[in-house]
Design a protein around this ligand. Structure first.
Ligand code: ATP
Length: 443
């Protein structure tokens, strides 16, 4: 399928099945902001939970934090965002459209989409730097002294709380602080559905290590983060690590890699892993006069920890999992659309289908639903032919279908249908909860 067409079909499926809607759609839509519908919100929560499980819960060297979006404006001066979080922007003098000057070769003239900006009759202005932070005012006074920013990344909340966490938790380097939450960037150009928007969510972890161990931990986290995606079903042929060349690195960065995914619109950054050295803690320490050094009581050494940061966008991760899962195949001569999510990411874990409503089958199915709902997102459906009910759940990515038939009443078993292979097996009702729990283990 042509890549453009594939993307259009995925976007249509997301809308049709309630994964993602345009923000404020009935008002004509707010460009570059998206709302997650009933299935989308479950997918997103599952992605965030899978990350939190692997980065925080299952480890003893990382703790979590949840910081406010609005922070002291000086934070963003110290971090370099006020002066340097810019993209170069050009305007078309004819149609007034705006473009990012550094990616002009990927953009189209809005009036003549077959041409690049500036290749039409319109002339482009010289590039100007545009700061990507959203500005607002804190409190009722609307002047420069009340300016605050919506955070453009979650990382700074972690750095400014470094001392709080060290003083209150039993952590010592190497250790990490993880955070998930909304970030805002006034991107000059937004693109590709939820890939690049102006309001999005991030999952970031800052790992604080002795200065001599920076590169060792950088390599560790680069490989770990790659593995997280493949454990959750991304095929290695669609995922690669791209090491940044030295001229691409920020001045404070010792090394940086992107995990890139092969989206239908090309290979693009999914996550960045960077060795940020001691830049951030040092700057915040200098700006505040607070001592952010670590004192190692065993070696009697005092040092500012170096930091390795894996930074991932939740929405970009959701899009990668959607693209990877989106498949069209044929079963029994009929075309079907199926989302082959890893079971732990699937919005609904099992469909519950009484073969017919009568003869007590619906009652039995409802009691199974009640039991499974205590632990899992399941969906009860008694309408239409069983094949159609399976197909509807295939399109939502539901990995298992539980059918209750006459035999169920006799011997207490159900048919378990597997989404990807369409294989069916019989399982005792009494074992369903444990069986489903086993399928969701792992990633
Ligand atoms: P890009 O080069 O695509 O603009 P970046 O290098 O500026 O990304 P980082 O600052 O490293 O991105 O942010 C970490 C992660 O946050 C990115 O890898 C991406 O997954 C996500 N992210 C960044 N900007 C956006 C955005 N505008 N919309 C959605 N996700 C984003």
């Amino acid at each position: 399928m042509a890549t453009q067409e594939r993307m259009e079909q995925l976007v249509a499926l997301c809308k049709r099945r309630g994964f993602v809607f345009q923000s404020s759609e009935i008002y004509g839509g707010l460009k570059s902001c998206w709302d997650y519908g009933p299935l989308g919100v479950e997918l997103k929560r599952n992605v965030k939970e899978a990350w939190w499980r692997s980065m925080v819960r299952r480890r003893s060297d990382i703790v979590g934090i949840d910081c406010s979006i609005l922070m002291h404006p000086k934070v963003w001066e110290t971090s370099g965002h006020v002066a340097g979080f810019n993209d170069p922007m050009v305007d078309c003098k004819l149609c007034k459209a705006r473009f990012r000057a550094d990616t002009i070769e990927n953009q189209n003239c809005p009036k003549k989409p077959s041409l690049r900006p500036g290749q039409c009759e319109g002339e482009l202005t010289a590039p100007r730097q545009f700061n990507l932070m959203f500005k607002t005012h804190m409190g009722p006074i609307d002047d420069a002294s009340a300016v605050v920013y919506l955070r453009p990344e979650t990382a700074q909340g972690i750095f400014v709380n470094f001392k709080n966490v060290v003083d209150t938790s039993r952590v010592k380097p190497p250790f990490g602080i993880a955070q998930q939450g909304k970030s805002f960037r006034n991107e000059i150009v937004t693109e590709n559905f939820i890939f690049r928007s102006r309001e999005f969510e991030q999952m970031e972890m800052e790992f604080f290590v002795p200065p001599t161990d920076g590169m060792k931990w950088y390599e560790y986290w680069r490989d770990e983060r790659y593995r997280w995606f493949t454990d959750l079903g991304i095929q290695p042929e669609n995922l690669r690590l791209r090491e940044h060349a030295s001229d691409e690195l920020a001045h404070y960065s010792a090394a940086c890699s992107d995990v890139e995914y092969q989206f239908p619109f090309g290979w693009k950054e999914l996550e960045g892993i960077a060795n940020r050295t001691d830049f951030d803690l040092k700057r915040h320490s200098e700006a505040t006069g607070k001592d952010l050094a670590w004192f190692d009581a065993t070696t009697r050494e005092r040092y500012i920890p170096h930091v390795v940061e894996p930074a991932l966008g939740v929405d970009r991760a959701c899009l990668a999992f959607l693209c990877e899962a989106f498949t069209e195949d044929e079963i029994e001569g009929e075309k079907r659309t199926v989302l082959r999510f890893h079971p732990s990411l699937a919005p609904i874990k099992a469909g519950i289908f009484p073969l017919v409503k009568k003869d007590g089958l619906a009652d039995l199915a409802e009691s199974i639903e009640t039991e499974l709902k205590r632990e899992f997102a399941v969906f009860y459906d008694e309408s239409g032919a069983i094949g159609r009910r399976y197909r509807r759940q295939d399109e939502c990515g539901t990995p298992f279908g539980i059918t209750i038939d006459y035999q169920s009443k006799d011997d207490g078993t159900v048919t378990m249908r597997h989404r990807d292979s369409c294989r069916q097996e019989r399982l005792p009702i009494a074992q369903l909860r444990n069986w489903l729990r086993d399928q969701l283990l792992g990633a």
